[in-house]
Design a protein around this ligand. Structure first.
Ligand code: GDP
Ligand code: MG
Length: 608
């Protein structure tokens, strides 16, 4: 109803010189530069029913939601793009993710209302989230404007008491930005000096350098008041550097009668041409929506040009940031099969080198593995020492018991040796659990660091990551089984009390010769003998257990992990193996797109 095919009144006037600037701003908004650097925009402010929507409708050629009360409940960015090849096309987007396009002008109202209901909730509340409505058509001018909720003083039923303050805050947020052109909409038939909209504009722009006022409803002026209005339009009452434009839009009756916007524009021109007082304003380019459109475009371009150097700097900064972010996520695998294989070899080789270096202590992953192992082995040593210090008591106890039971009843030599062996076995057996615990501890450390390396090396490649961590786990399991077996064997061997140690054998022999067969001496001889034999066992275990663990859990594991990784090279599913993590791919694509846009914006800025 509000859209008509055919050439618009505006399409001819906004030449190529305007479009690039407005495009640039829209580009920058889509890149997100406006978060750090407020972009030049036009914000429309006015009291309720002052005619904001009517003006925007005439500018855009599209019917917007209208009615009494607060109709605009969220800021609405109206992006108008002139494209001679497009009949009419609209895209509405909001909430950061939702976006929908349609090609029926009459659907604008429904879409905007739906967006407002989603963002601000059904009812009469308002919301600060921006709705973007982009309209591309052969009949619109190139302009971007933000429609804001109308200023209101009193809350109506269902509205929060502070609705007025909420709206004022929202409007202020937009208009206090020095780059915003404030478009104040004021009806001719009220006392303009007292309108809230103009007051708000004056607060943030006291000099009036970026405020443009639109006087609406000239057809409703009380006869006789025209002179006052002319005084205002001629900038003699409230001085605004950007001045005033007077426009006439469709009145309620014309809307009810379905007058098209195109017709309304003709009607407007006729109105001024035939107006006794306002006719002169046409020549002075202070009347009609067409004149307003030109003024706005020019003002916006001027504003954009003014802030171009700043924007250019910001673009360069962002570009540098994006490039750094891109360099951090690497470039991903090459597409060409032969190159891809080479890349796989390189990725695996690098990982293998790191695992090997980890196993030799040449690199440190998070914590120093060798330092950690050393601590665990010291604990093991401490455990041995502690056991040793307690053994004196235990040995004494066993010997005492033995003496009590066997005093004079057995051949001392034979039984004494059995007793000695019994004591040794009992003491040594107690060390097995701590030895196994040490193994578990080290295994955990090593596996953690191997896994860490795998996560880092293959962070973009889920297949490689899964493959390597699964292998690491299995290899660690196998290796610790081997170590457990060896430790078990070692302890079994220790059950055969044995040493080649010369000092011990000499001591044993001498002591045996001088004190043999003396019951009194049995007590003094065995503790000493046991102690020195135990020293030997401790020394053996103190070295043997860590050596086994280091060799199998670290060195051998690393070797096996490497060789299993190399097995991957014999497979023919390189594509699957190098399948990138989806999120990384998306993230890189996003950054790349952002970099492209920034580069483009940079080119545009430099060429403007
Ligand atoms: P908003 O609340 O500021 O968006 O105001 P609207 O654009 O919805 O306009 C409020 C009322 O004023 C509507 O009924 C319009 O038809 C009417 N209106 C707007 N501009 C003019 C105009 O130039 N002349 C006449 N007669 N009515 C107008
Ligand atoms: Mg409105």
């Amino acid at each position: 109803m509000s859209y008509e095919d055919g050439p618009s009144m505006f399409q001819d006037q906004l030449a190529e010189k305007v479009r690039p600037f407005i495009d640039l701003i829209d580009d920058m908004r889509s890149i997100g530069i406006d978060k750090e650097l407020p972009l030049p925009t036009i914000a429309v402010v006015g009291d309720q029913s002052s005619g904001k929507s009517s003006v925007l409708e005439t500018l855009s050629g599209v019917a917007l939601p209208r009615g009494t009360g607060i109709v605009t409940r969220c800021p609405l960015l109206l992006k108008l793009c002139n494209d001679r090849s497009v009949r009419w096309k609209a895209v509405i987007s909001y909430g950061g993710k939702f976006s929908s396009d349609f090609d029926e002008p009459s659907e604008v109202v429904r879409h905007v209302e739906q967006a407002q209901n989603t963002l601000a909730g059904k009812g009469v509340g308002i919301c600060e989230d921006l709705i973007t409505l982009q309209i591309t058509s052969s009949t619109v001018c190139d302009l971007s404007l933000i429609d804001l909720p109308g200023i209101t003083r009193v809350a109506v039923k269902g509205q929060p008491d502070d609705i007025g303050a909420q709206i004022n805050n929202l409007i202020t947020k937009y208009i206090k930005n020095k780059r915003t052109i404030i478009l104040v909409v004021v009806p001719c038939n009220v006392d303009i000096a007292t309108t809230e909209a103009l007051k708000m504009a004056q607060e943030v722009d006291p000099e009036g350098t970026r405020t443009l006022a639109i006087l609406t409803k000239p057809d409703l002026i009380d006869p006789g008041a025209e002179k006052n209005v002319l005084e205002i339009v001629h900038n003699r009452v409230i001085v605004l550097n950007m001045g005033y434009v007077i426009v006439k839009c469709r009145g309620q009756k014309q809307i009810d009668e379905n007058m098209s916007i195109a017709r309304a524009i003709e009607d407007e021109l006729e109105f001024f041409q035939n107006h006794e007082h306002f006719r002169s304003l046409l020549r002075q380019e202070k009347a009609t929506t067409k004149c307003l459109a030109t003024k706005l475009s020019n003002a916006l371009v001027k504003q954009i040009k003014k802030y171009l150097p700043q924007m250019s700097e910001k673009i360069k900064e962002q570009l540098a940031d994006v490039k750094i972010a891109l360099s951090k996520i690497e470039c991903g695998p090459p597409l060409e099969p032969a190159e891809k294989r080479k890349y796989l070899i390189q990725v695996i080789t690098e990982f293998n080198e790191q695992i090997t270096q980890l196993s030799t202590g040449d690199i440190i992953v998070e914590e120093n593995l060798f330092e950690l192992m050393r601590k665990a082995f010291i604990d093991w040593m401490e455990c041995l020492k502690y056991a040793k210090s307690n053994y004196n008591d235990e040995v004494q106890q066993v010997v005492n018991e033995y003496d009590k039971e066997h005093r004079g009843s057995e051949l001392p030599g034979f039984s004494n040796y059995r007793a000695f062996q019994h004591v040794v076995q009992k003491l040594v057996a107690k060390l097995k659990d701590p030895a196994m615990a040490t193994l578990e501890k080290i295994r955990e450390m090593v596996q953690k660091q191997f896994d860490q390396l795998s996560r880092e090396s293959f962070k973009n490649y889920p297949y490689l990551q899964k493959f390597s961590t699964m292998n690491i786990e299995r290899i660690q399991e196998d290796q610790s089984k081997i170590v457990k077996e060896r430790i078990k064997e070692q302890f079994e061997m220790e059950m055969q009390v044995y040493t080649q140690d010369e000092i011990f054998n000499k001591y044993n022999l001498e002591e045996g010769e001088t004190t043999d067969n003396s019951e009194h001496d049995t007590r003094s001889k065995y503790p000493g003998l046991l102690k020195s034999y135990y020293e030997i066992v401790v020394q053996r275990l103190a070295d043997q257990v860590p050596m086994l663990i280091r060799y199998f859990i670290l060195k051998q594991s690393a070797k096996i992990v490497c060789s299993e990784m190399l097995d991957l090279l014999h497979r023919d599913n390189t594509d699957d193996i190098l399948q990138e993590d989806l999120e990384i791919g998306h993230y890189r694509a996003k950054l790349q797109a952002q970099a492209d846009r920034l580069l483009l914006a940079n080119d545009k800025v430099s060429s403007l």
